[in-house]
Design a protein around this ligand. Structure first.
Ligand code: F6R
Length: 608
């Protein structure tokens, strides 16, 4: 999704803004632009394509002198990716400049009214309406003009605004689209996400919905949409600056895969104390946990796949019925929910529009929401009743890896906690689960040691046309994620099927040489999955299997086997996903793709 960076301070603004935008490239974009106040006017430069084009045009920002400015990377929604549609957008005189993330839903109606008053539009965007509306309301008081505009617009926005007759101020506002404000000795910043300004400051303020910030080089004031001043608490970002750098890896995705042992440790260790699970951030009493009748897990994409796994784990260990649904379906389905049900939403970014709306839908129905979220202070984290942070640090690659593994283990901990409170897990089982969950980081490390073997295998399948992932139970959940990872970065058509469902249609697609990845980690289902492997083998498939160490018999039916170390079958996903992530990664690298920026995808999906 789009990215915003703004700066006002003692240093030249353009290089800081361009550097910040480069840290937001991971979000996905198709054009970029920058506006800088040069002491007299606001100069604007924009270009379709990669940020490098804009960097070249402005000589890395050198050609745009000035101490305040805003920049933007645009992911096209209204209007094609083009120079004209790129942000910033301005009023006719170029004296008011706006960058915007989100969607102005009533822009057509506003545009018609403005056109009647003689305003001319030069782009196809919804954003341009904001620049003209600001012009219409601006009578010398920028805050008043901004708040008037915010009262008129419907939809979502994160905004960075400059007025050329207020050279010492930079304005920001947000509703349902992320925006942070940062402060350092050298100046003040706005950004869509922390990595953009991490190099300059760790002191940030999270803007809440319908709040406005007025930034000067050495102070920041906050206001409500009714111009009432408000106090905001600064938050110190704990991430180290290196976590948003590649650190010698060719792609962020590989670096982030390698961070998984640490991520899993960081999510687990603070929550295991004196041999018990202590989830202190869980603001539910044991009584409330005992009374939960049903759990609804709502999420999108890979986060949804962690939810599918959690269904098996929670139902298996705790015997609470769990419904898992993708957020875009949940929000329009009028789901049947009881006030004693618990809603769990899972989101790396904490900004996914559909997931955020699921939180609000659940609140409207009087249900409590637990968020399992990575980005601290994100919208979902702030709106959920309780938040379990996953502490995975910044995830830059669009394809999620470490931020898939982190919520998985958070969900295991939650299942163990629920099982304990509800008397469903006895001491012996609990001790085994505790031992197994704590062993996961080392076991993941061990699997990472097989990287070359997987790279070698992936190289053989670089030209594959399609790949099927099959499995039963938790293995099916792993298959869903394996197939998504492969398709999103390699563009190879890949699908996941419940292995037993194959012969109800899909098996007709299997022909000589079709690659089938069979997940066979679940001991009870192992013989059944082996039968499914035999079925596809006899139709010519080439089978890569992922099985538990010691299951040598699988070598009789599969062509290539990756073994995972022994763990409790409920936790197998955390291990089996590692070879699948590496496999997808090496296929995409082998095909020569920009692994971190797959086409058409954005890291944080803040529109429906
Ligand atoms: C896939 C991927 C996406 C996200 C999905 C939800 O690799 O990254 O499928 O999992 O867009 O995003 P969050 O977790 O930010 O809500």
């Amino acid at each position: 999704m789009c990215g915003i960076v703004g700066y006002i301070g003692k240093d030249q603004a353009a290089p800081i803004i361009l550097d910040g935008l480069s840290k937001l490239e991971y979000r996905g974009y198709d054009s970029a632009g920058i506006a800088v106040f040069d002491g007299e006017h606001i100069c604007t430069q924009k270009a379709a394509g990669r940020l490098a084009v804009l960097e070249h045009m402005t000589r890395g920002g050198e050609s745009m002198k000035g101490f305040s400015g805003v920049g933007h990377t645009r992911w096209a929604t209204h209007g094609a990716p083009s120079d004209l549609n790129a942000h910033p957008h301005t009023n006719k005189k170029g004296s008011i400049v706006v960058v915007h993330n989100g969607i102005i839903e009533n822009y057509m109606a506003l545009k018609k009214k403005l056109e009647k008053r003689g305003y001319e539009f030069t782009s196809e965007t919804d954003t341009e309406v904001l620049a003209h509306l600001l012009d219409y309301y601006y009578k010398g008081n920028p805050l008043e003009a901004i708040t008037k505009v915010l009262h008129r617009v419907e939809g979502s926005y994160a905004l960075g605004i400059l007025f050329d007759d207020c050279p010492d101020q930079l304005f920001a506002a947000r509703k349902d689209s992320p925006l942070i404000v940062g402060k350092s000795e050298e100046g003040c910043f706005i950004a869509s996400d922390v990595p953009a300004i991490l190099k300059y400051t760790r002191t940030v303020f999270y803007l809440d919905n319908q709040e406005v910030a007025v930034l000067r080089k050495d102070n920041i004031e906050f206001f409500t949409v009714d111009e009432e001043p408000i106090e905001k608490q600064a938050v110190t970002i704990e991430w180290d600056a290196d976590s948003a750098e590649k650190a010698g890896y060719e792609f962020f995705m590989l670096k982030e895969i390698y961070e998984e042992p640490k991520t899993v440790t960081d999510t687990i260790s603070p929550r295991i104390k004196d041999g018990e699970i202590r989830i202190e951030e869980l603001k539910f009493t044991d009584e409330e946990l005992k009374n939960i009748q049903r759990i609804h897990i709502v999420a999108c994409g890979s986060a949804y796949h962690t939810g599918v796994t959690a269904k098996y784990v929670i139902e298996g260990l705790v015997r609470i019925p769990v419904e898992v649904e993708v957020a875009s379906e949940f929000r329009y389905r009028n789901p049947i929910m009881d006030p004693e049900d618990l809603v769990i939403v899972i989101s790396q970014s904490g900004e996914t529009a559909d997931t955020l709306e699921a939180v609000r839908e659940s609140h409207k129905r009087g249900l409590k929401v637990l968020g399992i979220v990575n980005v601290v202070g994100s919208s979902i984290a702030r709106e959920a009743d309780s938040v379990m942070y996953t502490w995975a640090g910044p995830e830059i690659s669009v394809a999620t890896t470490k931020a898939y593994s982190a919520p998985l283990v958070a969900l295991y901990l939650l299942a163990m906690k629920l099982g304990r409170v509800r008397g469903m897990i006895d001491d012996a089982l609990f001790a085994r689960l505790l031992e197994d969950i704590q062993a996961l980081p080392d076991q993941i490390e061990m699997l990472l040691g097989q990287k070359e073997k997987l790279q070698h295998f992936a190289n053989r399948y670089v030209a594959a046309k399609e790949v099927f992932f099959i499995g039963r139970g938790i293995d099916y959940a792993i298959a869903l994620e394996g197939a998504l990872k492969l398709k999103e970065i390699s563009y190879i058509h890949s699908e996941a099927y419940a292995a037993g469902e194959l012969k109800h249609g899909t098996i007709s697609l299997i022909e000589d040489g079709t690659l089938v990845v069979a997940l066979a980690t679940q001991p009870e289902l192992f013989p059944k999955t082996v039968s499914n492997i035999v079925e596809v083998k006899s139709r010519g498939a080439f089978v890569m299997a992922v099985a538990e160490r010691g299951r040598k018999e699988i070598e009789k039916v599969a062509d290539y086997v990756v073994y995972i170390p022994y763990t409790n079958s409920y936790f197998a996903n955390s291990l089996a996903i590692i070879p699948l992530q590496l496999f997808a990664y090496y296929i995409a690298v082998g095909r020569g793709y920009d692994v971190d920026h797959p086409r058409n995808l954005a890291k944080s999906v803040t529109v429906e």
